[in-house]
Design a protein around this ligand. Structure first.
Ligand code: SAH
Length: 236
């Protein structure tokens, strides 16, 4: 796990032997389970360390999870970016939300295998779970990578943010028009675009950024709209 060790160090994160062993086990289990189900197209050990593990940890460029913060990863798939962040910042409380039941089986397995405490895995769609009392406006930090265009993503995710809570979304490529399209939606949802932080690391020459949105007031109860609508009829 040399690449994640070095990459994390450049982000100011010193990984212990135990944490590196957790990344190694995560890698091995990912590859084994990937033979039975579609978890990732990336399976080479170097590529997983960079494109899954280190990419997840770039969140720390804009936000250092401290203490027992409550974080949610929406559409986590095989656990990205939530699980690498949990390995690096073990005190955080993490909820992983994933719509596909098969992927949830992997997430439950990996949670046990890595002995991760305070990690909850939920099967469901954001449009429904965000209306459940225990999850609504309940998180300090909401994460999401490669799930939907920003305009849809803010409707999926902001209802989970507590007041002053943050959404941090991984994005790739030129996102100017994606940001412009999402601005009216961010207003409707009572939030504010704080920052679009370029990820300037030698490992990522492909124009990645982190979009940071802050929740200013409660999201109107109507949102998110019923399943499918945030994609079909984007807000704004
Ligand atoms: N975040 C992971 C997975 C990206 S693939 C990564 O970056 O590697 C997108 C995932 O989001 C899929 O697993 C899909 O099942 C899930 N997803 C898409 N829409 C969702 C929704 N509305 N609610 C919950 N999960 C969703």
């Amino acid at each position: 796990m040399e690449l994640i060790d070095k990459g994390a160090r450049n982000l100011g994160i010193a990984l212990s032997e135990k944490q590196l062993a957790q990344f190694q086990t995560y890698y091995e289990e990912l590859v084994v389970w990937n033979q039975q189900m579609n978890l990732t197209a990336i399976t080479a050990i170097d590529a997983v360390q960079i494109n899954h593990f280190l990419d997840s940890l770039t969140v720390s460029l804009v936000y250092q999870p401290e203490g027992k913060i409550k974080a949610l990863d929406v559409g986590t798939g095989a656990g990205f970016p939530g699980i690498p962040l949990k390995i690096a910042f073990p005190e955080m409380h993490l909820v992983l939300l994933e719509a596909t039941g098969k992927k949830v089986l992997f997430l439950q397995h990996i949670r046990e295998k890595l002995c991760l405490e305070n990690v909850q895995v939920i099967t469901g769609r954001a449009e429904e779970v965000a209306h459940q009392f225990r999850y609504r406006a309940a998180f300090d930090l909401v994460l999401s990578r490669a799930v939907a265009p920003l305009v849809t993503l803010v409707e999926y995710t902001l209802p989970f943010c507590r007041m002053d809570g943050l959404l941090i979304a991984h994005k790739k490529g030129d996102i100017k028009s994606e940001i412009e399209q999402a601005k009216p939606a961010i207003n409707i949802l009572k939030a504010r675009l704080l920052e679009v932080k370029p990820v300037n690391l030698p490992e990522f020459p492909d124009n990645r950024s982190l979009v940071v949105v802050k929740q200013l007031a409660p999201v109107p109860a109507l949102y998110p709209r019923q399943s499918g609508l945030p994609v079909k009829k984007p807000l704004g």
